[in-house]
Design a protein around this ligand. Structure first.
Ligand code: F6P
Length: 365
């Protein structure tokens, strides 16, 4: 414990509500409980590569608990092992910037780096720990809820609330106009937001990446509802859902070796097919980044605060290379290696899926 005096913290990957709550908890615990210093690393791993590091004082985290985003900034592009150095007319040049990371850690005399992020961030953290000996402690965040080592990530509950509230809004307008409304939610290759928001919002059809769908089964559900006099239907579709035997619907492909695919558009595809095949007027809505913005829910503020406090405990106990996570009602640590081994996906035979089926939801199968 006596060895730890200066701790760096970064937020990497896509932002999500609750990041500021984590930063606040880490900073306050560090100063109040342990009398150690915290250094904020700007813009994810970019700050470690470019030595963009500043001391965080208690005053810096005052009032940030309910704020969305991250006061540190973030980036889902800056991978130290493949760092973009030049971009000219669509041609990109990358180099290995791990030596710069090590130098930044040395220059700032950081004894440990707390990495707040999803699977991409934690994979990089794991490599820095295993291959370069940089002590790290991970904190899982993402609206997608797709990282193992925790029952739930912070950010997810807020996104779920936003998605559910949006489905409620679509519900009333669908009912008035006797339309089918298709609502596309985020989640990348995991169906958690679609499944849970669909369940909470009473989606008649829920389409998730883990259960490839058939258009005719969606038609069956919508037609059956119409035959019962229900003149509207709600379809909730995850951005990563795909038709059986079909491909992902991609909004754009970009030159980024880590994440070249921007998902988006499956709701339009499904909506157009529904209208063409049933003749029922159909509209689609892509919720997009509103799901990631704004103030965190009470649940996310509490979870993020618990993660921040427990990450500091792990740091002070020198439990490096681990990730804090919620297991049941307790916060536990798991080696990052284990947490990133297999992404957390919806199990098609899980209780949540079976519950949704039991209350009449179609998964398009
Ligand atoms: O991982 C979080 C997430 O919001 C995904 O749900 C979504 O596919 C992706 O990030 C969008 O990334 P970007 O902000 O780079 O467009």
């Amino acid at each position: 414990m006596a060895n730890i005096k200066r701790i760096g913290i970064l937020t990497g990957g896509g932002d999500c509500p609750g990041l500021n709550a984590v930063i606040r908890a880490v900073v306050i615990t560090a100063y109040r409980q342990y009398g150690v210093e915290i250094f904020g690393i700007r813009d994810g791993f970019g700050g470690l590569i470019e030595n963009n590091v500043e001391k965080l004082e208690l005053k810096d985290v005052s009032g940030i608990l309910p704020r969305g985003g991250t006061i540190l900034g973030t980036s889902n592009r800056d991978n130290p092992f493949q760092y973009l150095v030049k971009k000219e007319k669509g041609n990109c040049e990358y180099h290995d910037a791990s030596a710069q990371v090590i130098q930044t850690v040395k220059d700032n005399k950081l004894d440990v780096v707390i990495t707040v992020g999803g699977d991409g961030t934690q994979s990089i953290a794991h490599r820095l720990y295993e291959e370069y000996g940089i002590p790290v402690v991970g904190i899982p965040k993402t609206i997608d809820n797709d990282i193992d080592g925790t029952d739930i990530t912070f950010g997810f509950d807020t996104a779920l609330g936003i998605a559910t509230a949006s489905i409620d809004k679509l519900h009333s307008t669908a009912e008035s106009h006797h339309r089918v409304m298709v609502c596309e939610v985020m989640g990348r290759y995991a169906g958690w937001i679609a499944l849970e928001a669909g369940l909470a919002g009473g989606g008649d059809v829920i389409l998730i990446p883990e259960i490839p769908f058939k258009m005719e089964k969606i038609m069956d559900k919508i037609t059956a509802r119409a035959n019962q006099g229900k003149r509207f239907s709600l379809v909730v579709v995850a951005e990563g859902a795909k038709e059986e035997g079909g491909d992902l619907v991609v909004a754009r492909e970009v030159t980024d070796p880590h994440d070249p695919i921007r998902l988006g558009g499956i709701s339009q595809y499904v909506g157009n097919k529904i209208e063409d095949l049933t003749g029922i007027e159909t509209r689609f809505t892509i919720l997009g980044h509103v799901q990631r913005g704004g103030s965190p829910s009470a649940f996310d503020r509490i979870l993020a605060t618990r993660f921040g406090y427990h990450a500091m405990e792990a740091v002070m106990q020198e439990k490096f290379g681990c990730l804090v996570g919620l297991r049941g009602k307790e916060i536990k640590t798991t080696p990052i290696k284990e947490a990133i081994a297999v992404p957390r996906r919806v199990k098609p035979d899980s209780d949540l899926v079976n519950t949704a089926k039991a209350v009449g939801t179609s998964f398009g199968i």
